[in-house]
Design a protein around this ligand. Sequence first.
Ligand SMILES: Nc1ncnc2c1ncn2[C@@H]1O[C@H](COP(=O)(O)OP(=O)(O)O[C@H]2O[C@H](CO)[C@@H](O)[C@H](O)[C@H]2O)[C@@H](O)[C@H]1O
Length: 519
Amino acid sequence: MGNAAAVLPEESFKHAASTLTPLSLTRSTPPDAQRILFVTSEFTDLVKVGGLGDVSAALPRALSRHHDVRVLIPGYRQVMCSGLPMRVIGKLPGRGAIPPCLIGELTLPDQLVVHVVLCQQLYDREGNPYGDSQGNDWPDNHIRFARLALAAAQIAGGSGIRNWTPDLVHANDWPTGLTPAYMKWSGQNTPCIFTIHNLAYQGLCEMESHVELGLPAEALSPEGMEYYGKLSCMKAGINYATRISTVSHTYAHEITSAAFGCGLEGLLRRKASEGLLCGFVNGIDDSWDPANDPRLLQGFKPGQWEAKQLHARHVAQTFDLHDDGPLFAVVSRLVHQKGIDLTLAAAEHIVAGGGRIAIIGQGERALEQQVEALATRFPGRVGVNLTFCETEARRIIAGSDFLLMPSRYEPCGLSQSYAQCYGSLPIARRTGGLADTIEDGVTGFLFREATLDSYLRAIGRALNVHRRPLLLNAMRRKAMAAPLYWHQAVQPYDRLYRRLIDGTDAAFSSRRRVRACAS
Ligand SMILES: Nc1ncnc2c1ncn2[C@@H]1O[C@H](COP(=O)(O)OP(=O)(O)O[C@H]2O[C@H](CO)[C@@H](O)[C@H](O)[C@H]2O)[C@@H](O)[C@H]1O
């Protein structure tokens, strides 16, 4: 296998940025830094669908103060069109129906190294990482992401990148679930952490796909990755990783119950009882600083509320809303998980209470149509923008008084923390990371049941606070100080990496163990 640097071959992506750049990579890392390969299907700098992209861009950067971290992503069209110079540094063989690939390397302006799995037939497509522009999943997703996972395992085994083999692999969500499995089946003992960002997306495929994926017989049993007659990439990640983490303490506990475990609660309960499952709350990246955000019309600090009013006027103009009344924001993927139907039902009460609602998001077509219909029903009071626009999202958050987040479940959630940073008080369900990051009545409002009544009570409390400016501003100040930034949130990952690499981590100590739910 040739590992020498090469220019992208002509038959490779026609969209590729094929300029050769000298490889001069000298990030200063501490002497005890370990080599970490962070494997992900989204990376916000280049391609993002949701929160996984944000975490994948921020966590490796925060980790790179402590370690030599490299990110591995598929070479989607968005990645190849990024305009960043790409070097081809190696190639890797296929397995079953998984085609061979090249390994590319990008160095981002801040020197973070991103390795790219180059395989035109799998990744050079219109649409997002998981499906076409009509929202249909790609039928060969199992092969597309098995290619990513296999590349990670091969790199961990010493192939693909010359003079760089990771001491630890960190895989994320189902698209990377086969990573620890391929590592194990090739006899490697490099530790692999698997982080669950959202258990509900499992990456299922038919049993017959085992030939295409080159799976050994043991994979096909319930002790492997069999899941109710199918194959589950999520289950592979949970079963074969050295340790499993998820993105909040409460979600780590919740997924051991039937209500949140998506059929994997038994396995997760066992992992929790063995001390192999933990929850680390996500941080947010430093760009979420209202005083220094170039995407805002005017920066602000706690107390400089006139800048919030400026953004509220901007939102009113762009969403065709009246100028008066508390402003509620929805910045969300429009999917069932996020409880959008509850907000649709609550909207008439918010409007009757004098409120206005600005919704920005994309997602399930039926929900998109329903939010559009809501705006038609309440002109001047409800405005909708069915796009994904980071700048507008930030301005809406900055201008709003409240962020609506009635999620049915929420592994961690980032939007509530973004809102807190910008002095917008989240109104959210007491579940997952929402319960861990919002202090009820202090830095936001929580409600327990996924019912309209319960939600409306929280909205009513928020409206009461809005009528008392002193109290509102006091809550805003507390909210702005609440979120955890990644340089703080990274600590438990750093400690776990070190324990796994030096072999001192028998399992999570009983004090830190996730208490498994009873059912
Ligand atoms: N129209 C729009 N325009 C611009 N930006 C938009 C947008 N709609 C949504 N976003 C952004 O998308 C991201 C959503 O992040 P979340 O963590 O809230 O949810 P998501 O369900 O995608 O992530 C999953 O993974 C993350 C990461 O671990 C977990 O926090 C979460 O609970 C889990 O469901 C935020 O950055 C938000 O601002």
